[in-house]
Ligand binder design. Structure first.
Ligand code: UD1
Length: 391
C-alpha cells in the first residue's frame, strides 16, 4: 500500500510525524505487508520558522515532493495546490491520500484525490465550531463530506459526523495524533533553554508568565478587534509578564495598524515564531495561555495549563468540558475577567480525554493496514468489521 501524506501549514507537521513513525514501526514487524509513505509538502507555509524548523525538531524526513505554492488568497492558494497535487496523484498513483487538520492544503488535496478516484483519509475529522465564517470550518466540512475514512479525536466529533450523514462505517475514533507528538517530545522539551533566554527563571523556579498566540483573521485582520486585544494585554501585563511569539500574519497586521508600540512598551516580549520544543517548554511552565489557535487548546489541556481562547466558539469543546479551556472572545473586559479566572485555576485537577494517550497514530495504522489486507481500500469492502476490530 502506498500512502501520500499531505502537509502544508505549521499545525500539520506535528500531526503527520507520529503517522510516519507508526508506519515505520508497522513495517519493522515481521509478517506485515509494508506500507510505503510519500510525503508531500504543499508549501503553504514556507518560512524556516513556520516549516523547516519543525522538520528538523520532529525528525520528519525531507518531503519527497514540495509543491511550493506559497501564500495567496484562499482561491489562489487552493487552486494552486489542486493543480500541482493533481499531477502528483496522477504520477505517483497512491492507494490512499492522507490529510490532517483543517487548513487549505487539507481540503484542496482531499478534493483533488477524490476526483481522481483515490481513497481519502482525514485525520482529525468531525471537529465543528458551527462558525462558517472561519475558513477552517469550510475546509473541515468539505473534507469530511468526501473522505472515505474519518479518524476522530473524540466522541463529539463522531456525533457531528453522524448528524451530517456520514455513515458509521466511515468513522474511526482513534484519539489525538497531535497529543502523540506532545507526549513523545515532552521530555526532550525540558532541555530547551527558552526559559533562561527569556529570563523566565528565578533560580531553579520558573516565574509566573502568560503565553499569547494570535493569528485568526477574526482577531488580527480587524483593526478594532486587534486594538481591543492589545489593550487587554497591555493592562494584564502590568501584573503578569507576557511572552508573545508572533505569527507572520499578526506581525504584519500589528505594523499596518500601528499597534506594535502599544504592546512592546512594557512587560510584553514579542518573539519570532518559536520552534516546537521551545514552544512546548514555554507552554508547559506557563501560568496561563491566551490563544486563538485550535491545537494549543488541546495541548494546554494535556499540560494542565489554564487556557483562555480568544474566540466566541471552539471546534474542540472537549477541552472545556474535560480540560482547562475557557472561551473569552476578543473584548477587553471579558479577557481580563478570564485572566482572573485562570489565576484561580492553578493546581486544579484535570482529566485526560479518552484515547489522548500517545497511541492514536498506532490505531490509525492498524485500521489502514486492515483495510489494505481486506482489499477494502480499492473496493470499498467490509470496513465495519475492521472498525470494530480497533474498538
Ligand atoms: C494557516 C491556516 C490556519 C492555521 C495556521 C497556522 C488556512 C485557511 N489557515 O493560517 O488554519 O491555524 O495556518 O499558522 O489554511 N506567512 C509567512 N510565512 C509563512 C506562512 C505565512 O510570512 O511561512 C504569512 C504570509 O504573509 C501569509 C500569511 O502569513 O499571507 C497567512 O498565511 P496563510 O497560510 O494564508 O494562513 P495562516 O494565517 O498562516
Amino acid at each position: 500500500m502506498k500512502i501520500a501524506h499531505v502537509v502544508g501549514a505549521r499545525p500539520n507537521f506535528m500531526k503527520v510525524a507520529p503517522m510516519l513513525e507508526a508506519i515505520e514501526r508497522h513495517n519493522g514487524r515481521p509478517g506485515q505487508e509494508g506500507i510505503q509513505s510519500l510525503l508531500v509538502h504543499t508549501g503553504q507555509h514556507y518560512d524556516y520558522a513556520m516549516s523547516q524548523s519543525f522538520f528538523d525538531e520532529l525528525g520528519l524526513p525531507r518531503p519527497d515532493i514540495n509543491l511550493e505554492v506559497g501564500s495567496g488568497s484562499h482561491a489562489v492558494q487552493t487552486a494552486k495546490i489542486m493543480t500541482a497535487f493533481e499531477e502528483v496523484v496522477l504520477r505517483e498513483r497512491p492507494d490512499l491520500v492522507l490529510v490532517v487538520g483543517d487548513v487549505n492544503s487539507t481540503m484542496a488535496c482531499a478534493i483533488t484525490a477524490k476526483k481522481l478516484q483515490t481513497a481519502v483519509a482525514h485525520v482529525e475529522a468531525g471537529l465543528r465550531s458551527g462558525d462558517m465564517s472561519m475558513p477552517e470550518e469550510v475546509n473541515r466540512k468539505v473534507t469530511d463530506a468526501i473522505a472515505d475514512y474519518c479518524f476522530t479525536t473524540d466522541r463529539i466529533a463522531d456525533a457531528n459526523l453522524g448528524v451530517e450523514g456520514v455513515p458509521n462505517d466511515r468513522i474511526f475514533f482513534v484519539g489525538n495524533v497531535m497529543i502523540d507528538t506532545l507526549l513523545t517530545h515532552l521530555e526532550r522539551a525540558r532541555r530547551s533553554t527558552i526559559l533562561q533566554t527569556l529570563s523566565l527563571r528565578d533560580g531553579d523556579q520558573p516565574r509566573s508568565y502568560a503565553v499569547v498566540t494570535l493569528h485568526r483573521p477574526s482577531n488580527v485582520d480587524d483593526p478594532r478587534a486587534l486594538r481591543e486585544i492589545c489593550e487587554a494585554l497591555k493592562t494584564a501585563a502590568r501584573r503578569l509578564p507576557i511572552i508573545f511569539p508572533c505569527h507572520p500574519r499578526t506581525r504584519e497586521r500589528l505594523e499596518a495598524f500601528e499597534l506594535v508600540s502599544m504592546i512592546t512598551d512594557g512587560n510584553i516580549t514579542m518573539t519570532a515564531p518559536l520552534g516546537y520544543l521551545d514552544f512546548l517548554q514555554l507552554n508547559a511552565h506557563a501560568t496561563m495561555i491566551l490563544t486563538d489557535s485550535g491545537g494549543i487548546q488541546e495541548e494546554a489541556t494535556i499540560l494542565g495549563v489554564p487556557c483562555l481562547t480568544l474566540r466566541e466558539n471552539t471546534e474542540r469543546p472537549i477541552t472545556i468540558t474535560q480540560g482547562t479551556n475557557r472561551l473569552v472572545g476578543n473584548r477587553k473586559e471579558i479577557i481580563l475577567a478570564g485572566i482572573e479566572w485562570a489565576r484561580r485555576q492553578a493546581g486544579q485537577r484535570i482529566s485526560r480525554p479518552e484515547k489522548w494517550d500517545g497511541k492514536a497514530a498506532e490505531r490509525i495504522v492498524e485500521v489502514l493496514a486492515g483495510l489494505a489486507r481486506s482489499g477494502a481500500l480499492r473496493s470499498g469492502g467490509d470496513r465495519q468489521a475492521i472498525r470494530q476490530s480497533v474498538g
